[in-house]
Write a protein that binds this ligand. Sequence first.
Ligand SMILES: [Zn+2]
Ligand SMILES: [Zn+2]
Length: 334
Amino acid sequence: MTTASLLDGDALELIAGQAVDRGDPAAGAAEIVAIVDEGRLADPTDSAIALSLAAELLLEADDAAGSLALTERAIAAHRAQGSPPDFALIFRARLMFLLDRPDEAMAELVPLRPLLTEDPDAASAIANALFAGDRGEVAHEWLTEAVAEAQAAVPETEPEDDADQLPTLIFFALLSERHEVRHELGLPHDQLDEMAEALEEAVEDEQRAELEAELSRPVLFFPEAEFDELSRRLPDLARICGPTWDEHRTDLERVLTARAAEGVPVDLRLVHGSAADLAAFVEGRDVADDVIDLYVDELEGRAAGVSWPPARNDACWCGSGAKYKKCCLPRSRD
Ligand SMILES: [Zn+2]
Ligand SMILES: [Zn+2]
């Protein structure tokens, strides 16, 4: 592939995450800066974002001065390509505080304060900057004023259009940041904090329900004869599911074992697919990765599936005839 050396935003995030995981954020910053300097970004207008990401990594490595130099570059890159440098400016203010230049930091932040009621990401960025300068009280004052303004802008009835959700998102962001700041400052709960906590709980419940639904989706299993047939009729899909039958059952055993380890109550099941059935299903569709997901959804409607795991001494789910403990169970541990 000719674009193999060109990197997108996700690839940069991955590099950053890996560097943090191995405890060397500075190396991640250096790697990202090299990517920018060597022109290896798939989209050159990502350079401002890339430099900001590198600046965050250097701050994590306790190198505020190095982080400031990269932030200056990020701000210049934003200006060169005509994108707003606001968040890089907020980050610069945070660094100024850390570098003991509080007057410059405040001079930077004050004109950015209106952003609190314009962008849902501004609340935490600005509060972080102010806390870096030990100005929790100022953060509290700004957020309290902004949250009132934002609440007034929330429409009475829920808008149908996603684009009209912005006032609500801004209000929630301010509400929850203010709640956090008040805890930080040791202030007692007020009415807005009660609302913030109720909202946070509702969001958590929704996320838990989504996770449970995702983990409870059955996995698609092809018995050996069906898998062989699939390899003949739809080799591309067999490759996605395998590529060999042994790999297919090992994958499924591992996926199900990982889901069981998530610690949420889930109904783990396998549904049996057949090659002829899948061939009929893909007819007239694009054979892409998600065709398997669509097929599982459709199968789920008409087949109950088989519960997983079997008891250790029962016949294995894969249909080999061997006991589970001697067949697929150990495959998850290789
Ligand atoms: Zn609370
Ligand atoms: Zn088995």
